[in-house]
Design a protein. Structure first.
Length: 194
């Protein structure tokens, strides 16, 4: 409907513009009959109006169809763009949610790794303390064994030295008769034991 109004307005505008021009042409110069010029002008205006009307009648339908098709195509494109925008926003929200979830998971994993590292550190420290205690006990045991062995060796050495000293003293103080007597006493005691 709007297109028809524009066409009628254009025709009226042409009529108002051409009417003064025709009147001016009819009145000027006096060479031609003013009635003939007016008839010619009216004939030309009618011819123009008829041609414009026929063109408007036959051309406006295809133009309207083309414009309507273009309008529908634009509306469809806008609808597709709107749905694509909605899909993109949905994807963006989905990926944002996934990113937030992944960030939380990474934070959780990092915390779990930190706790596991602390537990492992505590285990290693406890194992090292146990190992140090064990080594200390073994060292104490070995030291005690070395000390005991050294005591035994010192006692044996002291005993040997005491025996040598006693031998030397006996050699100096005991005579050959005393030795015979001691050997005989010793033999008697051994004989009694058997």
């Amino acid at each position: 409907m709007k297109h028809n109004i524009y066409i009628y307005r254009a025709l009226l505008l042409c009529l108002f513009i051409l009417a003064p021009v025709a009147a001016f042409a009819a009145g000027g110069g006096g060479h031609a009959d003013s009635g003939a010029v007016l008839k010619d002008f009216i004939y030309r205006c009618f011819n123009f109006a008829l041609m414009a009307g026929l063109l408007a009648y036959f051309v406006t339908k295809p133009i309207r169809k083309g414009l309507k098709g273009r309008t529908e195509e634009i509306e469809k494109t806008l609808a597709d763009a709107e749905s694509a925008k909605a899909a993109a926003e949905a994807k963006h929200k989905e990926y944002s949610d996934k990113l937030a979830k992944a960030t939380e998971e990474i934070a959780g994993i990092t915390e779990a790794i930190r706790r596991e590292g602390e537990l492992e550190r505590d285990k290693i420290i406890a194992a090292a303390k146990d190992m140090a205690d064990k080594i200390e006990r073994e060292a104490d045991n070995k030291a005690a064994g070395v000390v005991a062995k050294a005591r035994i060796e010192l006692r044996e050495e002291a005993s040997r030295l005491a025996v040598e000293l006693a031998e030397d003293m006996l050699k100096k103080q005991v005579s050959a008769d005393d030795q015979k007597r001691l050997v005989e006493e010793y033999m008697q005691k051994m004989g009694e034991l058997h």
